[in-house]
Write a protein that binds this ligand. Structure first.
Ligand SMILES: Nc1ncnc2c1ncn2[C@@H]1O[C@H](COP(=O)(O)OP(=O)(O)OP(=O)(O)O)[C@@H](O)[C@H]1O
Length: 239
C-alpha cells in the first residue's frame, strides 16, 4: 500500500505538493492524473525517498522508503526512462541493480523476456528508442518482484502493441494483489486500464474515486477529467 498523509513539498516559491492525502490500495490499478506541473512526479519521488517532504509523510507499506530493509523487493518504480547509463547494455544495467539487491542472473533474464528485450539485451541502452527504454525501466521496476509498483507515464513512446501490452501487464500485476500506481495523460487508455483514479491539480487533491463513479455524470473519463481540472490547468495553450 502507498499512503500520502498531508504531504507537502515546496521548491522555493513553488508549492509542488500541497497537503496531499490519499491511499493506493493493493489489488487495483490506480490512475494518477493531473495537468502538467500538478505534482504527480514530485509525489512519486517523495514516496521513493528521492526527495524529502517539506511536511507530511509519504509511506510504503506503512513505513518510510528509507526504512525499508529490502527496498527493491517491496517497491519498484519507473520514473524516468532516460535514467540509464548510455554505454551500458540492458543486461548489464539490470545486473548492476540485481547485484546490489541480492537478485540473481536468472531473474534478470526473466524480466528481460517479460518486457520483450531479450533479443537486444547485450546492446547498449544509449541506442535504445524511447519505447525500448520504457520497457527497460519496467524490467528494472519488476526485478525484485515487489508488491508495490509505480509507473510515471510508462506508455510514452510505446507503439500500439506496446500500449496494449502495458494495459495487460498493469491489470495482471493488480490481479496478483499488487499495489499499482500509474500516471498518464492518455485518458482513453487510463479508462481501459485503471479501476480507481486519483486526480491532482496545483498540488492538491481534486478527486479520489473509481472510474465508474467519476464517469457517472459524464460521457467519458476525458470529459470528467476536463471538468474537474478546468480551474487547475496552469500551462494551458491559448484557445
Ligand atoms: N527539483 C525541482 N526544483 C524546482 N521545482 C520543481 C522541482 N521538481 C518539480 N518542480 C516543480 O514542481 C511542480 C510540480 O512538478 P511535477 O513534475 O511533480 O508535476 P507533474 O504533475 O509530474 O507534471 P507533468 O504532467 O508535466 O509531468 C512544477 O511547478 C515543477 O516545476
Amino acid at each position: 500500500m502507498i499512503e500520502l498523509r498531508q504531504l507537502t513539498k515546496r521548491y522555493g516559491d513553488t508549492l509542488a505538493v500541497d497537503e496531499l492525502s490519499f491511499r493506493v490500495e493493493p489489488g487495483h490499478v490506480t490512475g494518477f492524473l493531473g495537468p502538467n506541473g500538478a505534482g504527480k512526479s514530485t509525489s512519486m519521488r517523495l514516496v521513493l525517498g528521492l526527495d524529502a517532504p517539506t511536511s507530511g509523510q509519504a509511506l510504503v507499506n506503512g513505513g518510510r522508503y528509507a526504512d525499508l530493509r529490502r527496498p527493491l523487493h517491496e517497491v519498484g518504480a519507473l520514473l524516468d526512462a532516460g535514467a540509464v547509463h548510455p554505454g551500458r547494455s540492458a543486461y548489464n544495467h539490470l545486473m548492476c541493480l540485481a547485484l546490489s539487491n541480492d537478485i540473481g542472473a536468472r531473474r534478470v533474464a526473466q524480466v528481460l523476456e517479460l518486457v520483450g528485450l531479450s533479443g537486444v539485451a547485450r546492446k547498449k541502452a544509449g541506442g535504445f528508442s524511447l519505447g525500448m527504454k520504457q520497457r527497460l525501466g519496467i524490467a528494472a521496476a519488476l526485478l525484485g518482484d515487489p508488491g508495490v509498483l509505480m509507473f510515471d507515464e510508462p506508455v510514452n513512446g510505446l507503439d500500439p502493441d506496446g500500449v496494449r501490452w502495458i494495459r495487460g501487464l498493469m491489470r495482471g500485476l493488480a490481479e496478483e494483489g499488487r499495489t499499482v500506481l500509474l500516471s498518464s495523460h492518455l485518458m482513453s487508455e487510463m479508462a481501459l486500464t485503471a479501476d480507481r483514479i486519483v486526480i491532482v491539480g496545483r498540488g492538491r487533491l481534486v478527486a479520489d474515486a473509481t472510474v465508474a463513479e467519476l464517469t457517472a455524470g459524464y460521457p467519458s473519463l476525458e470529459e470528467a477529467y476536463m471538468a474537474l481540472t478546468a480551474s487547475s490547468v496552469e500551462y494551458g495553450a491559448a484557445r
